[in-house]
Write a protein that binds this ligand. Structure first.
Ligand SMILES: [Zn+2]
Length: 66
């Protein structure tokens, strides 16, 4: 399924949102990686998975020499 764009309502951190079919007993809390605000973890029969999108200008993890 196509990932959807999602941004946290509280801190605007960007995520890719992927829905996965899962049995209804798999219910776990998901929180924003930046501000710890709770995120929707289910949508009907789907569980929602969030993948944080890195901002291109914030590349502090390693430097590419020019
Ligand atoms: Zn947030």
């Amino acid at each position: 399924m196509e990932p959807a764009a999602y941004s946290c309502r509280h801190c605007c951190t960007q995520y890719k949102l992927v829905r996965q079919e899962a049995p209804p007993d798999r219910n776990r809390e998901i929180a924003c990686l930046s501000c710890r605000a709770p995120l929707e973890s289910r949508e009907g029969k789907f569980v929602l998975k969030y993948f944080r999108v890195r901002r291109p200008e914030g590349g502090a993890s390693f430097k590419v020499p020019h």
